[in-house]
Design a protein around this ligand. Structure first.
Ligand code: FAD
Length: 408
């Protein structure tokens, strides 16, 4: 089998891998991005791109933002509807938080990921290999060798951005995901669901049988909707839950919801995938390798959002790689600085989301909080601010503030 050498090899052309390559575009290094699929690729996702994702793509080369702006199959969303287990609705507009009124977009990942992959083609030092599955990888102090179905690749440093079922995480970091801590997500597409907020608010339904997960209904372009369910994998296996049956039970048993689906038609079938939650700090680097995005388990444990942190971690990996080449250092010890930087930038938010995830196991607490917010404008405003600002969220969850807000 023939072989090819690159300074940097990135496995996975999702948001994490592309962000890493794009951030390295100006480095002069030779970069290979390898993916087992060919773009456009269907991804199993809620398709919600939060404001954080929009902020992250602004930090990538300008071609990404300008191509993203040209996607016509996306809708802007300016708020969230939370539904309590008792089906009471709380509407939070991002305008009321005194910030810009668009919180993000709902955009099918096929279109979003294509923008990122097409962006790679703008840079001559980045070579994209599609339909090229990595089957084995070995790293030692001098080299990383990547075996694919096409050929062998060699590199000085490897980035594992190969998603939730990462081969690189298993082979090089010896990370086996704790199945109980994983979340399982399933999504389907519908046409003609009615009753959405005119500002395309995303909807999170805290249905009692799903807690601390939720069911989502997200409005999309062309009168479509992304409808899905996310639940802890441990609960799914312990309670022998069939996600499709549970989602359909939710749609059919609640008159308000079944009314909204009266004219609706499902297009395609439900598809499920794992969501690796950032519930603990892991060792996400080693001798000549770094992990980014889902491969490093960086999904927000409360919201299930992973695209923002995938891009952020890809960018941080690229900045670290630039330092590796400056200092000619690729060792496990040197790469620990990458883990440190990742958790320095993300752990505060992930930890808060873990706390929220634990609180949202309790249906009575959610019912109470949503009722209270609907009757108390100040409390509602605090929730709106907490959703956009980690420091407000943190203050909100401190024992004394928690007592003051919830109990008194
Ligand atoms: C049901 C569901 C709903 C979700 N909803 C949302 C949401 O609404 N908003 C949000 O922000 N996040 C959501 N997420 C999470 C989000 O999809 C991920 O966090 C995000 O895709 C991570 O990006 P990534 O680049 O790390 O990995 P991926 O996007 O998974 O990319 C990994 C790439 O690696 C490639 N690859 C894998 N193995 C190999 C191999 N052996 N050889 C070569 N290539 C390989 C794959 O083909 C893929 O292109 C959801 C996840 C699920 C499952």
């Amino acid at each position: 089998m023939n072989s090819e050498n690159f300074d940097v090899i990135i496995i996975g052309a999702g948001p994490a891998g592309c962000a890493c390559a794009l951030t390295l575009a100006d480095s002069g290094l030779s970069i290979a991005v390898i993916d087992k699929e060919k773009t456009p690729q269907e991804k199993i996702c809620g398709d919600a791109l939060s404001k954080d994702v929009i902020n992250q793509i602004e930090k990538l080369p300008p071609v990404i933002k300008s191509s993203f702006n040209k996607i016509i199959e996306k809708v802007p969303s300016s708020g969230i509807r939370f539904y309590s287990p008792e089906s009471e609705c709380l509407e939070i507009s991002f305008e009321s938080a005194g910030k810009e009124n668009i919180s993000g977009y709902i955009c099918k990942r096929t279109y979003f990921d294509k923008v990122m992959v097409d962006g790679l083609k703008e840079f001559p030092n980045i070579k994209l290999f599609e339909n090229c599955k990595v089957i084995d990888v070995r790293a030692d102090v001098t080299n990383v060798s990547v075996a694919t179905e096409l050929k062998i690749f060699n590199t000085k440093i490897l980035v594992g951005a190969d998603g939730a079922n990462s081969l690189i995480a298993k082979k090089l970091a010896c990370i086996e995901n704790d199945k109980k801590k994983l979340c399982l997500g399933m999504r389907g597409y519908y046409e003609n669901v009615n009753g959405f907020h005119p500002g395309n608010y995303i909807e999170l339904h805290f249905y009692k049988d799903v807690l601390p997960g939720y069911i989502w209904i997200f409005p999309m372009a062309n009168n479509k909707a992304n409808v899905g369910i996310g639940m802890l994998a441990g609960d799914v296996s312990e309670k022998k839950i069939n996600l499709k049956n549970l989602l359909e039970k939710f749609i059919n048993e609640n008159p308000d919801i079944s009314n909204r689906f009266k004219e609706a038609k499902q297009t395609g079938k439900y598809e499920a995938w794992r969501i690796p939650l950032g519930t603990k700090k892991r060792e996400i680097s080693g001798e000549r390798f770094l992990l980014a995005g889902d491969a490093a388990s960086l999904v927000d444990p409360f919201t299930g959002e992973g695209v923002g942190n995938a891009i952020r971690s890809g960018r941080i990996a690229a900045e670290h790689i630039k330092k590796c080449f400056e200092k000619n250092q690729f060792s496990e010890k040197f790469n620990r600085a990458y883990d440190k930087e990742i958790y320095h930038r993300m752990w505060k938010e992930l930890k808060l989301s873990c706390t929220l995830q634990k609180l949202f196991k309790h249906p009575k607490l959610i019912n109470y909080a949503i009722r209270k917010a609907n009757n108390n404008e100040e409390f509602k405003q605090l929730i709106a601010e907490a959703m956009q600002n980690t420091d407000v969220k943190k203050r909100f969850l401190k024992p004394y503030s928690f007592y003051k807000t919830f109990i008194r």
